[in-house]
Design a protein around this ligand. Structure first.
Ligand code: BTN
Length: 252
């Protein structure tokens, strides 16, 4: 496969047939190599990991990838990379749907899920890497061919939405072109444009939602995300709660 030069000359690709987890491999890279801008992909994972210690079911046919980026002077803002990544995925799904004449709603669920018709098609797992946490690992899973049956989430795949099977390498190229573009926007102009674009596609802004922060469950009206990417919720007593991490539920 001839990958597009615009990303291929900056990133170093490592493509595996099978692996435990691309994020775990990326962590190992960060300890042993100069891992800046390495991209670890695999066609299958046998120990794929999701957020909150959950597993990520990873059969052949779907997309699994981890990008290693160096921490920069905007180090404390690295969680914004999940918005950068979610937007990159949203943009390629939009263009794939347009090409295939598919009219399905694509939404972004805070902080970093991509939904099609309210069903999860992609998840992102950000982790630290390196001896001094000098890297961020951005793990991305996209359901191309199949999606798991989960109790907690409705899920879908590109195939279920009517997209003919896309080869792993084709999707990888589209994803990396898109990621590279949004990553550069973020590096050059910060979170502002990313935030604006993310909010345009955000699910449930202005609606009552429920969030499990890991410490407590809280309900309120989803106002927006702040300049760091934290969610702002308007509570019944008119106070505003800032939530940095958590899992959103739309129904109780
Ligand atoms: C989530 O819980 O929504 C995040 C899922 C992230 C899954 C991806 S697949 C590629 C990378 N390797 C992993 O083990 N996890 C991430």
């Amino acid at each position: 496969m001839n990958y597009s030069e615009e990303w291929f000359k900056k990133f170093k690709l490592h493509l595996f047939e099978t692996i435990d987890s691309t994020n775990s491999e990326a962590k190992r890279y960060c300890f042993t190599n100069l891992a800046e801008y390495d991209v670890i992909c695999s066609k299958m994972q046998n120990a794929g990991r999701g957020r909150f210690g959950k597993s990520w079911v990873s059969p052949e046919g779907n997309f699994y990838c981890s990008i290693i980026v160096p921490k920069t002077s905007i180090m404390d803002k690295m969680s914004q990379l999940s918005f950068v990544t979610a937007l990159s995925i949203e943009h390629i799904l939009e263009s794939i749907f347009t090409k295939n004449n598919i009219h399905k709603k694509i939404n972004l669920k805070w902080p970093n899920d991509v939904l099609v018709g309210n069903k999860k098609i992609s998840g992102i797992l950000l982790e630290n890497g390196g001896k001094n946490n000098e890297y961020v690992i951005i793990g991305v899973g996209v359901n191309l061919l199949t999606s798991p049956n989960l109790i907690e989430n409705k899920t879908t795949s590109l195939k279920s939405e009517g997209v003919n099977f896309l080869k792993f390498e084709e999707f990888l190229d589209l994803f990396m072109i898109s990621f590279h573009k949004f990553y550069n926007i973020w590096l050059e102009s910060g979170f502002f444009t990313i935030r604006e674009n993310w909010m345009l596609k955000a699910k449930s802004i202005g609606e009552i939602i429920h969030v499990n922060t890991g410490y407590h469950k809280i309900s309120g009206k989803f106002i927006d995300i702040d300049l760091n990417g934290a969610m702002r919720l308007l509570l019944d007593d008119e106070s505003i709660e800032i939530i940095n991490n958590g899992e959103v539920y739309f129904e109780k």
